[in-house]
Design a protein around this ligand. Structure first.
Ligand SMILES: [Zn+2]
Length: 220
């Protein structure tokens, strides 16, 4: 069974699973020989000086067919990077995603209401995927209504978290699974999710594959 890992930073070359490996700007924008990727500037890494070069790199990288999404990119209230700069770079990435017709992979920390405002104020067609979703059920449902997907990984192993408490009641049609190099393998994440939803591993991975097709408009 090929499981889809919607967000990781390290490709496991011997794995049969489908991994969307995140690339950050820098170096050669041509892709490695194999695999599926996403490309974007992380809010932690933005400076006034690197913004334009990073965007140029992301554009070049993301125009390739094996780059399936733009990101991770987003908004983070806990970093020292100025808020206006984060919003400007995030806006660049939204525009690029729309132009290339690829979904966005989003990093969001303590900024869900701002994200919803961004999503509502413009007429965006492409889905957004909130990786490491870490908010509660109400936010989750609002995002889902706005054609967003929520990706779960390590929070499935943290029973105290808001994201954990929301997981079992959210519509399966807008969920994804990820490792994000956070200490759990993709089979462990799927097994945990399937157990929490009281569904077989096979059925759960089928739903995730359907979601992938729906979100990305393609097979991998
Ligand atoms: Zn990550």
């Amino acid at each position: 069974m090929n499981l889809i890992d919607i967000h990781t930073h390290t490709r496991q070359p011997e794995s049969d699973h489908i991994q969307l490996v995140n690339l950050f700007p820098g170096g050669d924008a041509r892709l490695p020989e194999q695999g599926w990727y996403t490309a974007g500037q992380h809010p932690w890494h933005i400076t006034l000086e690197n913004r334009q070069a990073a965007l140029d790199w992301v554009k070049e990288c993301a125009s390739q067919d094996r780059v399936l999404a733009i990101g991770e990119t987003g908004l983070d209230k806990t970093t020292a990077v100025p808020w206006e700069l984060q919003e400007a770079v995030f806006t660049d990435h939204i525009r690029l995603a729309e132009a290339l017709r690829k979904p966005l992979i989003i990093h969001c920390v303590q900024a869900y209401s701002e994200m919803l405002a961004f999503r509502k104020k413009s007429d965006l067609r492409l889905p957004w995927i909130f990786h490491w979703f870490n908010s509660g059920e109400q936010t989750a449902r609002e995002l889902i209504r706005k054609n967003c997907y929520l990706s779960y990984g390590v929070s499935l192993f943290r029973p105290g978290s808001k994201a954990f408490r929301a997981f079992s009641s959210l519509p399966a049609s807008n969920l994804f699974m990820e490792t994000d190099d956070a200490g759990y393998s993709i089979p462990e994440v799927y097994e945990k999710a399937a157990a929490m939803r009281d569904i077989s591993l096979e059925s759960w991975s089928q739903i995730m594959a359907d979601n992938f097709r729906q979100c990305f408009g393609r097979e991998v």
